[in-house]
Design a protein around this ligand. Structure first.
Ligand code: FES
Ligand SMILES: [Fe+2]
Length: 377
């Protein structure tokens, strides 16, 4: 984080301390409870996803030429592969013959992708190399039947894909001012420490909601992280479709008394909400990325959680630390946040006039859901 921003945030948090306040929206916002379970709306949300760069993984998962990962988190099967020149290519994981899944491994290294059905063989640049018994296909020109490419970009150590062949991708433009801010953490030097996918019975939006307000910390998380992070004093800023919420650790009490500005980033948790479905959390000694995908029904989602740290701290002697961290994460987010979110999902038919309320102190939720409302029109 740049010093100018750090100093501004410290001043802002000190102001909230002195006033015992937090950042507030002008007023409450009423929102439809059914928006979490409406199948017609889900379809519009799924279409919206295809217009944005979506985080599908981390660069360190495929360091060498020929390395690949496959994904199906969004319901579109894809392959991402490292090319000889160091760049990435992404394709639909769909054979040009009759559509079988070309590669079923989750990751690995391959010089060719051989479709298991009839052995149509693709080079690691996606072009079609071989059709066995090609007398059966006299009118099929190999050069026209490579794997179908998807726009892909590596930025900030993350792999971003637009799930729409022929679309353009510009992650920096999508991030706006957050592009430079994220770069200031040097995230591309980080490596993947842990990567997990969970399937949950709730809307994909609840995953993002959980990171957009600190109001609930002292209550829902009273026995877990509540004692360590304030449910107030939080700066919140909007950057186009995206936003940043700063959670203030209680260690900030001592920090502000010391008058020093060094080590500010250890006193806060910084949540970057990247539209539509990713939250990047700076946790003081590591990053987490939470990417939430709509499932086949409005009350289903798939969540990919990546934990990123420095190469040194990803070594075995730090494993106990990350195991403990992981237990806290699961206890807090899965067993507390998502547990309660499922009750919100189930309550939709009983919510009076279909109106739930995002308070003035829940302005992250106001912003996120307003942006979705606009983008799915
Ligand atoms: S479907 Fe792939 S080779 Fe036939
Ligand atoms: Fe929470």
């Amino acid at each position: 984080m740049e010093d100018v921003l750090r100093d501004r945030l410290i001043d802002e948090i000190n102001g909230y301390y002195e006033a015992d306040a937090t950042k507030l929206a002008p007023q409450e916002m009423f929102f439809s409870a059914a928006a979490y379970s409406d199948p017609e709306r889900l379809e519009r949300e799924r279409k919206m996803f295809q217009r944005f760069p979506i985080v599908v993984g981390h660069s360190s998962s495929l360091p060498k030429s020929g390395d690949f990962i496959t994904r199906n988190d969004y319901g579109t099967p894809i392959i991402v592969s490292r090319q000889d020149d160091g760049s990435l290519k992404a394709w639909l994981n769909v054979c040009r013959h009759r559509g079988a899944q070309v590669c079923s491994a989750k990751s690995g290294s391959k010089r060719v992708f051989v479709c298991p059905y009839h052995s149509w063989t693709y080079k690691s640049d996606g072009s079609l190399l071989k059709i066995p018994r090609d007398e059966g296909f006299p009118n099929i020109r190999k050069q026209d039947h490579g794997l179908i490419e998807l726009p892909v970009e590596e930025r900030h150590g993350l792999i971003w894909v637009v799930h729409a062949p022929g679309a353009t991708i510009d992650v920096a433009a999508h991030l706006g001012p957050l592009d430079a801010e994220l770069a200031s953490y040097s995230p591309s030097s980080y490596v993947l420490e842990r990567d997990t996918v969970l399937t949950e019975d709730m809307s994909w939006k609840f995953v993002i909601d959980g990171f957009l307000e600190v109001y609930h910390l002292a209550f829902l998380h009273a026995e877990s992280i509540g004692p360590y992070i304030y449910g107030k004093y939080s700066p919140f800023d909007v950057f186009g479709l995206n936003s940043r919420l700063v959670g203030v650790r209680k260690s900030f009490d001592k920090f502000r008394q010391s008058g020093s500005k060094e080590d500010f980033l250890s006193q806060v948790a910084v949540n970057y909400q990247i539209f539509p479905n990713t939250v990047i959390v700076w946790q003081g000694d590591h990053f987490e990325t939470w990417t939430s995908f709509p499932g086949e029904k409005a009350n289903r989602c798939k969540v990919r959680i990546q934990s990123l740290t420095t190469a040194r701290m990803a070594e075995d002697d730090f494993k106990a630390r990350w195991d403990k961290n992981w237990r806290i994460l699961i206890d807090t987010v899965v067993n507390e946040d998502w547990q309660i979110s499922k009750t919100v999902q189930a309550a939709a038919p009983f919510v009076k006039d279909d109106k739930i309320i995002f308070g003035r102190n829940e302005l992250g939720l106001q912003h996120f859901h307003s942006q979705i409302n606009q983008q799915i029109k």
